[in-house]
Design a protein around this ligand. Structure first.
Ligand SMILES: N[C@@H](CCC(=O)N[C@@H](CS)C(=O)NCC(=O)O)C(=O)O
Length: 207
């Protein structure tokens, strides 16, 4: 299979971590997409992923799967090795899905909205429709979510309970994006900092 992506960007990182957790990286050919040059908005790329974003998974039969959550669902189901990233019981699946949505909407995407709307983002050629007020509001949302996740981690080893899951991958990518976009992670959030250190040490990330 192929993954169309770009090194160093937060959403592609989510899929690369998921692949590594499941021992699937060697089965993938990574095709670089020139995001800074706008290749992801070309007609040819949109034919693969109409969302015009990276990453995009291409299966050997030509099927394209966009959206990190959908790609992770596929990897998790197709590769039995490694931890279950999306859960196996009804309760675990629901809890992971809930926490993943909170990490995605409240942290990763909120930081992304701040980056794209309230900073130069990807530059004037790509950031053609900015609203700084909306971006700055989302920065507040991101920092509120960090505090919420810190509370969750006071009671739980990982965001959805005792086990590592896709929710942890999403939140980890969100914090990396926060660093990049210079959204401060308050030093008072010690549970979040300890969890981040633990997740960063996983072979899927540290390697
Ligand atoms: N919800 C999408 C988000 C993907 C996304 O926003 N990717 C960024 C890179 S981290 C991108 O392609 N940005 C291009 C742009 O903003 O024009 C997913 O899960 O795949």
């Amino acid at each position: 299979m192929k993954v169309y992506d770009i090194d160093g960007f937060p959403n592609p990182a989510r899929v690369r971590i998921a692949l590594a957790e499941k021992g699937a990286t060697a089965d993938v050919e990574f095709i670089p997409v020139d995001v800074m040059g706008g290749e992801h908005r070309s007609e040819a790329y949109r034919a693969k992923n109409p969302d015009a974003v990276v990453p995009c998974l291409e299966l050997d039969d030509g099927t394209h799967i966009g959206q990190c959550n959908a790609i992770t669902e596929y990897i998790d189901a197709a590769y039995p090795n490694g931890p279950s990233l999306t859960g196996t019981t009804a309760k675990d699946r629901a809890r992971i899905s809930m926490m993943n949505a909170r990490a995605e909407d409240g942290l990763l995407n909120a930081v992304g909205t701040y980056f794209h709307h309230a900073t130069p983002g990807l530059g004037p050629d790509l950031e053609t429709n900015q609203c700084a007020e909306w971006g700055n509001r989302q920065k507040d949302v991101a920092q509120q979510t960090m505090a919420y996740l810190d509370d969750v981690l006071a009671e739980n080893a990982y965001l959805a309970g005792d086990e590592f899951s896709v929710a942890d991958i999403t939140a980890f990518a969100g914090l990396s994006f926060a660093d990049f976009a210079k959204v401060e992670i308050p030093a008072t959030l010690t549970n979040l900092a300890a969890w981040r250190e633990k997740v960063a040490a996983r072979p899927s990330i540290a390697a």
